[in-house]
Design a protein around this ligand. Structure first.
Ligand code: ZN
Length: 718
């Protein structure tokens, strides 16, 4: 075996370079799959050699343990905001002021001819979340959000997962201390994907990319953050120990680009107003093709000495201004609001508008998100409203033109009863980290609600779920107008008994009916992941269903799982008492797997699985021959060769080289099951300093006991 220390350092360098090449030069040095293979090799080596741990290793990007909360820390240099203008005249005045301040001529022509004494750096203004990242001796130290400008939240756990933020800086003469400022953004394609997934899981979609980005940064779970592919574009500086590092903005950007940062594209250096205006025009023309949302152009005096001479006001620097593009917004009539019932019973208000052309597409519907938003905006039917494309994507109603409200306008009241079944609606508060304007969600809780049943059946039979050939939306609607029962998933699998009645339906010849029956028969073998994804259980979409199917052999095993077994590894960091409360079974404590359910959603899913309704549904499906077993099961001990594979290990006492969570993660990677308490099935106890009752119990049961030295030796050898 080659020298692991050497290989680890080789892999780290290789991956860091490949990463930089990917984000800077747009000329990748290796393919994505090659990158992933090397990253996996590094992760495995690091797990086997915990003594070589480095929090800035490229593997840190795939996410570590969830953090407990945010620490608020002061900025070394305050993070000011930039003055905005929507107005060309104001921009002209600003350019004029800058020219005069740097000794340019007082005449109007100087404004257009400019002065050799000054340069204006112009670049797209990214609509993201500002971050300040501190490096000492070329190593990533921490990342803070803007906060109130004086102090911000430490989001290092999130920043580490962002691949365009270097963890080690490349090159020579890197300043001892350098703080890089810039914008974190969510790529537009990723924004669409996340919202689609959220809608699928019955969650509120994000309003716009910035909102999604801020929500993601505030997540405590680095793995969840890493999965969202955030990007970072650098454009400024905080503390900088080397005053000679760069003489101006343009040079600064070139230098940090060489150190591994993405500094964005389309930056130009102009000398006069004409140049600034043409740069604005150019950026406006190309901005819809950029992968991030932009809402304007930032213009700054390039030279640092000139910047320093001009200084700042209490809020913002004098040498910098943002020209903002007017949002694409148009007035139109809000004709009516429909209350749609989703497959999980959620009621969503949707506006029907008088069609209007907006950013190149005709808009005739807009989401109103929820009833809180209708109330805060005071919307009425028949109002003249302003519609905007948020983040250039989802049309939404942003305001109402009150002085043009017609007499016929009627207030939009949130329904108290389901528009489909008249059951009283339940009102839920929205999770705290989402947009504060979202106040409440209304939900029909009636399991027999025909609107929900229809949506559920359509979803269940859909392509990505049970993929039932011949059972599309219109066929479902058609059958549901007859006496043929089609109210539960199980009814689908009884449809063959109604062949004669089906043949009598319009447009349903013999061939179509036989196709349908064959399609239904065929779908019975899809397996647990597809079935779970198809049932429209809240919080269980395709991805989560697949993760559950990897962990549990069949529906019975899943249904008999205790609540804590559905929890992510976050549960490892819970107090012993809390875990005991969750499980009720001390013996199985600590056997925690990654299931894909969040600690907040697990209880809801668990409750459903334990419910009478779930039990009936699964029994009925089983009786009809639907396959409830997993086709995706992964046994973590099978594929790994290590002295710990398949062993049940308990860790106790204080360890010198690891926290208990770190060690248990490493042992799990090596195929062990880490448990919280000693029992007859324990294979090995790892006892650190001050091991107490667990050690005594292990001794009495004759369980093998290792001290930390023995453990370290074995880890080094393997
Ligand atoms: Zn209903």
């Amino acid at each position: 075996m080659s020298d692991p220390t050497k290989r680890i350092s080789e892999l780290r360098t290789l991956l860091t370079r490949a990463n930089a090449a990917y984000y800077q030069d747009a000329a990748p040095t290796m393919s994505d799959s090659e990158f992933d293979t090397l990253l996996k090799e590094l992760a495995e080596l690091e797990a086997l050699h915990p003594e070589l741990h480095d929090s800035n290793s490229p593997t840190a990007r795939v996410g570590g343990d969830p953090i407990e909360g945010f620490e608020t820390l002061p900025h070394a240099v305050p993070m000011l905001s930039i003055d905005n203008t929507y107005n060309e005249d104001e921009l002209k005045q600003w350019v004029d002021r800058m020219l005069k301040n740097t000794g340019g001529s007082e005449s109007e022509s100087a404004l257009f001819e400019g002065s050799p004494e000054i340069g204006f750096a112009c670049e797209p203004k990214i609509d993201g979340v500002a971050l300040s990242i501190r490096y000492e001796q070329g190593r990533f130290i921490r990342a803070l959000t803007r906060g109130d400008g004086e102090q911000g939240d430490d989001v290092s756990h999130a920043a580490r997962t962002i691949r365009s933020i270097p963890l080690t800086l490349e090159g020579d003469s890197i300043p001892d201390i350098i703080e890089i400022r810039g914008e974190v953004y969510i790529p537009l394609s990723e924004f669409l994907r996340i919202n689609e997934a959220r809608i699928e899981e019955g969650d509120e979609p994000f309003m716009n990319p910035r909102n999604a980005c801020a929500g993601t940064l505030k997540s405590l779970d680095p793995k969840a953050i890493a999965s969202r592919k955030l990007g970072f574009v650098a454009h400024g500086r905080g503390e900088l120990s080397d005053p000679e590092f760069a003489s101006g903005h343009q040079e600064f950007c070139d230098r940090i680009s060489a150190m591994g940062f993405d500094v964005g594209e389309h930056r130009t250096l102009e000398t006069n107003l004409k140049g600034v205006l043409s740069s604005i025009q150019h950026i406006d023309a190309i901005r819809h093709d950029l992968q991030y949302a932009t809402d304007g152009v930032v213009i700054r005096v390039d030279e640092f000495a000139q910047q320093d001479a001009m200084g700042t006001t209490s809020k913002s620097p004098r040498w910098c201004i943002a020209y903002k593009f007017p949002a694409e917004r148009k007035p139109t009539r809000l004709l009516r609001v429909e209350h749609q019932v989703g497959k999980t019973g959620k009621i969503t208000p949707r506006a029907t508008l008088e069609p209007v052309l907006l950013a190149g597409t005709t808009v005739s519907h807009a989401t109103l998100h929820n009833y809180g938003m209708i109330r805060t905006r005071d919307l009425h039917e028949q109002d003249l409203v302003e519609v905007e494309k948020a983040g250039e994507i989802i049309p939404q109603v942003v305001g109402v033109i009150l002085d043009q409200r017609p007499d016929s306008a009627t207030q939009i009241l949130p329904p108290d009863h389901c528009p489909a079944c008249d059951a009283p609606l339940e009102i839920e508060p929205i999770e705290a980290h989402e947009d504060p304007t979202l106040e409440t969600t209304r939900r029909c809780m009636n399991p027999e609600c025909p609107a929900q049943i229809r949506e559920k059946l359509v979803w269940f039979a859909g392509r990505k779920q049970m993929d039932i050939d011949g059972l599309g939306e219109s066929t479902i609607d058609q059958i549901r107008t007859t006496d043929i029962p089609l109210n539960h998933f199980a009814d689908i699998f009884d449809l063959h008994k109604h062949r004669d009645a089906l043949l009598e339906l319009e447009r349903m010849g013999e061939k179509k009916v036989d196709n349908l029956i064959a399609g239904i028969e065929d779908s019975k073998s899809r397996g647990m992941a597809k079935l779970l994804a198809g049932m429209g259980i809240r919080h269980v979409g395709a991805t989560t269903a697949k993760l559950l199917a990897r962990r549990f052999r069949d529906i019975d095993e899943l249904r008999s799982a205790a609540l804590w077994e559905l929890m992510p590894t976050a549960v490892n960091t819970m107090s012993q008492a809390k875990r005991e409360e969750l499980t009720g079974s001390k013996d199985k404590l600590g056997e925690v797997y990654e299931t894909g359910l969040g600690a907040d959603t697990a209880p809801a899913v668990h409750e459903y699985l334990q419910s009478r309704a779930a039990s009936d549904t699964f029994d009925q499906l089983k009786q009809r021959g639907v396959d409830l077993t997993s086709k995706d099961i992964v046994d973590p001990s099978e594929t790994i060769e290590s002295p710990f594979a398949g062993k049940t290990i308990v860790i106790t006492g204080t360890l010198e080289n690891f926290t208990r969570t770190q060690l248990s993660d490493q042992l799990e990677v090596m195929g062990a099951k880490v448990s919280g308490s000693v029992s007859g099935s324990t294979d090995l106890l790892i006892a650190g300093e001050k091991a107490g009752s667990k050690r005594t119990k292990a001794e009495s049961l004759g369980v093998e006991i290792w001290d930390e030295d023995t453990l370290m030796e074995t880890l080094k050898k393997s």
